[in-house]
Design a protein around this ligand. Sequence first.
Ligand code: UDP
Ligand code: MG
Length: 335
Amino acid sequence: MTSHPRYSIVAPIFNEEGNIPLLYDRMCRVMDGLGEPWEMICVNDGSRDRSAELLDELAARDSRIKAIHFARNFGHQIAVTAGIDYALGDAVILIDADLQDPPELIVDMVERWKAGYEVVYATRERREGETWFKIFTAHMFYRVIHAITDVHIPVDTGDFRLMDRRVVDVLKSMREHSRFIRGMTSWVGFRQIGVSYVRDQRHSGETKYPLRKMIRFALDAITGFSFWPLQIMIYVALLLGVLALLAIPFVTIMRVATDTLWFEGQATTIILLLLLSSFQLFFLFVLGQYVARTYDETRNRPLYVVARTEGFDSQDTDKHLPLLTEEAFEVESGD
Ligand code: UDP
Ligand code: MG
């Protein structure tokens, strides 16, 4: 049996075969330097490359490395959630497996944690080697989220962060399906502080966030932390109503007082109709986003399905499940 880990590293893995060996090496160097027991939980989110094999090999060789294999791809935020559920450390550190988040920064995070902060998040000062599209959309995304939410969600801050056990335990009790982990951690509160860093290029492979996943992620973040999109409808309604009220006397006076026909033809009507339909459909879409997520929550499906795990102590298994609801179930192969 390994000793109780002081630190748990959680790394979500989706087709990261080119990054796993270096991630392991750099993590060992950093964590061994801290001189306290640690574990690294790698959540294999349905990878189709050699990631699973590499993780199993590492887990067999080094008892600090643990692997959770999902039954399919559940997405980044869910993979992180599973890692948090299984982590036993007094501090849990979330990190991307592609080495865009430098493991060396963990030393600074630990220092702040020991100084009394419950959450130490890493803020990106600059991003290296990403497309202008990614940089621009990410820049806008963080600012929009910041502007429309009541919770203070720091800008330019990803999931790379250290969390104290007290925060982790609250997070484990939050079982919402549309998950925006960085917002959820902010929501928990306690003393939070940032450390800044330069976000490196991906070490190997391509981004696992195609546009489709990015949009879904942004919608989850917005609907999960703000009702503002629902509330702005009233302003549009008021604006259009006032316009209509002003138009009635205006049109009447123009018609009675002058000889010219001011409003004629179908073109104006057609354009207005298209514009208003577009507004209405847009707001229906917004409404639909909230309704769909409400439905998703009420179905109460488990957040993820674990096909098998590697490297965990069997006597610790009961500690891994979420605190309030035991909804993560395992489909063990071979029995
Ligand atoms: N990831 C995952 N499941 C997914 C997509 C991504 O577990 O469906 C992992 C991925 O392996 C990486 C992290 O989430 O460790 C961040 O993904 P990525 O680097 O592709 O995102 P980006 O940095 O481009 O925003
Ligand atoms: Mg990345």
